[in-house]
Design a protein around this ligand. Structure first.
Ligand SMILES: NC(=O)c1ccc[n+]([C@@H]2O[C@H](COP(=O)([O-])OP(=O)(O)OC[C@H]3O[C@@H](n4cnc5c(N)ncnc54)[C@H](OP(=O)(O)O)[C@@H]3O)[C@@H](O)[C@H]2O)c1
Length: 387
């Protein structure tokens, strides 16, 4: 019997407890859950709740700790304590894993116990595990993803004319958004997940804070309308290349490409190998979807042993801003592209300018010389992305 202690018993924790109770493949029981307020009403299976962290991470009859509490404090020190007691840790916490994954992995290796975090990226989609085991040794050249269900859901609703704040309230009501949605909206959440994707595929990221990042900016309602007329949709894409290029930015995707068809809370990741793309897609947020990935990590550990074996943490990778073409246009539709100073090599159409491949700092300098012009990166892999 695997005796599980939960850090947190909120949206994901309750869905996970329900899944554990309703499956028969893993002999497991949840013995205790740490919460802030034991009197809060909960819909999940009734559990022993505690406000004392040692009742979860120090107790000898807890074999394994599942972190579903979010935030760095006190989750990080509690994960450290659990690993130091040789308790395997399964986590949904992208913030902790993106910023402190290396030190936790080091501990897990030292004590030879599992540290698994499939649930931290892509909700219920099998994602990190395929990257770590199926693609990690392959000559992957590029990875692209829609990695935040909340912003993708908001963008989808904005396309039907809804405001950001209304769309956000819907996302929160459905349990997709974090209680503090700032990290969703400003692209930080995507950046953290991109770093875990890069870490699984290539190597851990050395300079996370230098990856160009933009979330949902104030221009988007207008931009969504304008680019639609030119055959594009806008998606908050995370992209990285083997040579260290990386970027999180609202990006124009040709209509008809499979990335353009990922709506609502769905997430997707594509990996390019030998010029061919392989796609993984599904529900990227929500309690039940995320709990599926926790259950998968639990099952893998139960089946193959809760050992640190999978934790390969190679020399850190120094990223640089991704080089990509950009599509630029005047904020004022009456100011045609010909009225701006072109970037050398640009293609000037009547409504917009397509730049030669350039990185975000280069484009930012060009935009500052051309007030009234805005630009978004283009994603075009020259495939229309069939399944
Ligand atoms: N929701 C999603 O769709 C989703 C998707 C992917 C990953 N995740 C990740 O999964 C984790 C959990 O998310 P969630 O949506 O389930 O969050 P949530 O509903 O806010 O639940 C958090 C739980 O942790 C407890 N908690 C928080 N801070 C605590 C503290 N300082 N001391 C004791 N208990 C504390 C809360 O106790 P109370 O109940 O008493 O307040 C609550 O039970 C996060 O890392 C999140 O990023 C969530």
């Amino acid at each position: 019997m695997v005796r599980i202690g939960l850090l947190g018993y909120g949206t994901v924790g309750q869905a996970f407890a329900a899944l554990v109770a309703n499956q028969t493949r893993i002999p497991a029981e949840i013995v205790v859950a740490l919460v802030r307020n034991p009197d809060r009403r909960r819909d999940g299976p009734p559990l022993t709740l505690t406000q004392d962290p040692s009742q979860v991470v120090d107790r000898p009859d807890v074999d394994l700790v599942v972190d579903v509490m979010g935030g760095k404090e006190p989750a990080l020190p509690l994960m450290v304590r659990a690993l130091s007691h040789r308790k395997p840790v399964i986590s949904a916490n992208k913030e902790v894993m993106a910023e402190h994954g290396s030190e936790l992995a080091e501990l897990a290796r030292r004590y030879d116990v599992t540290l698994a975090y499939e649930a931290a990226v892509g909700g219920g989609i099998p994602l990190l595990e395929p990257l770590l085991t199926h693609f990690a040794a392959a000559p992957v050249t590029e990875v692209v993803g829609i990695l935040n269900g909340t912003t993708n859901y908001i963008l989808s609703r904005m396309e039907s004319g809804e405001t950001v704040s209304r769309a956000l309230s819907h996302a929160q009501a459905l349990g997709y958004a974090e209680s503090d949605p700032a990290a969703d909206l400003d692209g930080t959440d995507v950046l953290r997940k991109l770093s875990l994707v890069i870490g699984a595929l290539f190597a851990p990221v050395k300079n996370l804070d230098q990856i160009p990042r933009l979330g949902l900016d104030d221009y988007l309602p207008m931009v969504i309308r304008r680019v639609r007329a030119w055959g594009y949709r806008i998606k908050l894409l995370a992209r990285a290349t083997r040579d260290g290029g990386a970027q999180v930015w609202p990006t124009l995707v040709p209509e008809g490409h499979r990335l353009a068809a990922i709506n609502g809370v769905h997430n997707v990741v594509g990996v390019e190998v030998f010029g061919q793309w392989f796609w993984m897609e599904g529900a990227g947020a929500g309690g039940q979807a995320t709990a599926l990935s926790l259950l998968a990590d639990l099952y893998r550990g139960y089946r193959f042993g809760f050992r640190a074996g999978r934790l390969d943490w190679p020399t850190p990778l120094e990223t640089r801003p991704l080089i990509t073409p950009w599509l630029a246009f005047g904020i004022d539709p009456d100011r045609p592209p010909s009225r701006f100073h072109g970037l050398p090599g640009s293609i000037v159409e009547s409504d917009y300018i397509v730049t030669p491949p350039a990185d975000q700092p280069q484009i930012a300098r060009w935009l500052s010389d051309n007030p009234g012009l805005i630009a978004y990166p283009l994603f075009n892999d020259n495939q229309q992305g069939g399944p």
